[in-house]
Ligand binder design. Structure first.
Ligand SMILES: Cc1cc2nc3c(=O)[nH]c(=O)nc-3n(C[C@H](O)[C@H](O)[C@H](O)COP(=O)(O)OP(=O)(O)OC[C@H]3O[C@@H](n4cnc5c(N)ncnc54)[C@H](O)[C@@H]3O)c2cc1C
Length: 417
């Protein structure tokens, strides 16, 4: 059987794979992307919340989240749902999360995420300028809203911290909220205040990945092998052996000088070399409301983050996307109607003028490390990781993709050595 050789093989065509390929190609590497799906970005980078949200950079690894998580375990409608069935992967992930929460990692990891987010936001704008991609991008800013005084007090402190580190997240009162988003007038009495981050923005992650990949393929910078699942990647001194199964069940053998694993939630489960990073699936849901032309005026102007309900929203062209909830439920990808319901209820309560007749329901798995920080890039000499971006992959991947390509270049210049 023939073996196909590649210079840089990227596993996964989600935002992590596409941005890694983009920055590797910019440095002159011949890149191949391989994905088990027939089209780019069909898994977690398909219908997420749409927010490039540096304002959401605070990591969850702190004692308060742990206490709240325990309370939520006894509330069927809580934004977090945990399946108590034990598994080794779940146990390791939770132990790592607790360790990060109680060993002083919360603040440094939050600051690192702000720094990555700011760089990534700039890098995304550079990609937009250079490639002119239409992905329903909107420079609308992100408005956090609060109904709970304790949560608002914490947000005020977090905004101060973020401002000190270069993010323009400012505290706003209810009158200012109404000016920024008049559509919230029906909820005015419930709100205590909020924060607004003008330079954060939104866009459709799936369109972005698909368009950017198509352009790189058209320019001959990247080859896209689709419908092919990587079964194994083993480093063998001068190269990595990669076994692949096609959608028809046939086996293929590939060889690469370097492999970048950007396989989302599958990264640690499938790739032995990445097992120690404990990337675990944290499920989330979204709904996308198709808004008819006569109701476009009723769509929110800005992107929202409702802290109490843990929901985010984005206006993507004539579609209104609402996403959120976290489910620690292993590899289950079912779209449960009882988890979709709070999202629909939120739209109906806050924006009652919008019809929720045509709604696409979606669920997917966030690739999350226990520390909530992206996995380290260099795994072995020839295997790299671009994964573990959790709930912020769309916000962070441009910066981490650039850093990853730099890490590759530092160790492999020229690549054939
Ligand atoms: C409900 C929800 C809302 C979210 N909202 C936001 C948001 O508003 N802002 C934000 O910044 N982030 C958000 N996120 C997080 C963000 O969407 C993810 O971090 C990001 O999409 C992960 O991208 P990825 O490329 O790592 O994974 P994926 O997009 O899942 O890509 C992995 C790819 O690898 C392929 N693959 C896997 N295994 C193999 C294999 N063995 N062989 C070949 N191919 C393989 C898959 O087919 C897939 O295409 C949200 C996530 C969810 C679930």
């Amino acid at each position: 059987m023939n073996t196909r050789s590649h210079e840089a093989l990227v596993v996964g065509s989600g935002i992590a794979g596409v941005t890694a390929a983009y920055y590797l190609a910019k440095r002159g590497y011949a890149v191949t992307i391989i994905d088990r799906q027939r089209h780019a970005a069909m898994e977690t980078s398909y219908a997420n919340g749409g927010q490039i949200s540096v304002c959401n950079a605070e990591v969850w690894t702190r004692a308060k989240t742990v206490r709240q998580g325990i309370q939520w375990m006894f509330d069927a409608n809580a934004p977090l749902l945990m399946n108590p069935t034990p598994s080794m992967a779940k146990f390791r992930w939770m132990a790592g999360f607790l360790a990060a929460a109680f060993t002083g990692k919360y603040l440094p990891n939050t600051l690192k995420t702000i720094e990555l987010g700011l760089r990534s936001r700039d890098a995304m704008r550079q990609i937009m300028d250079g490639e002119n991609i239409d992905y329903d991008q909107s420079d609308c800013g992100i408005l956090h809203i609060y109904r709970n005084q304790k949560a608002l007090d914490h947000a005020v402190k977090m905004s101060e911290l973020m401002q000190e580190h270069g993010l323009e997240r400012k505290v706003v009162d209810v009158d200012q909220i109404m000016q920024i988003e008049p559509g919230l007038h029906g909820a005015r009495d419930q709100l205590l205040g909020g924060t607004y981050t003008e330079n954060d923005f939104t866009g459709d992650i799936h369109k972005f990945c698909r368009e950017l990949l198509e352009r790189m393929v058209a320019r001959g910078e990247v080859e896209f092998l689709r419908g092919r699942e990587v079964i194994r990647a083993d480093e063998q001194g001068s190269h990595v052996d990669v076994d692949v199964e096609t959608a028809r069940g046939e086996r293929e053998f590939h060889k690469a000088k370097i492999v970048v694993v950007a396989a989302g939630a599958e990264s640690s489960r499938r790739f032995d070399a990445l097992r120690r990073y404990h990337v675990y699936p944290v499920k989330g849901y979204s709904i996308t409301v198709e808004v008819p032309p006569h109701q476009l005026h009723a769509m929110p102007r800005v992107s929202l983050l409702d802290d109490e309900r843990k929901l985010v929203s984005s206006t993507l062209g004539n579609r209104f996307r609402v996403a959120g909830t976290a489910e620690i439920n292993g590899w289950n990808r079912d779209i449960r109607e009882d988890r979709i319901k709070p999202l629909l209820t939120w739209v109906n309560e806050l924006f009652p003028e919008l019809d929720t007749e045509i709604v696409m329901r979606w669920a997917c798995l966030r690739p999350m490390t226990p520390t909530m920080m992206p996995a380290p890039y260099a795994v072995t000499r020839r295997i790299y990781a671009h994964t573990g971006h959790g709930h912020l992959g769309w916000t962070l991947c441009a910066a981490t993709g650039e850093d990853l390509a730099e890490a590759v270049q530092k160790s492999h210049q020229p690549l054939y050595a």
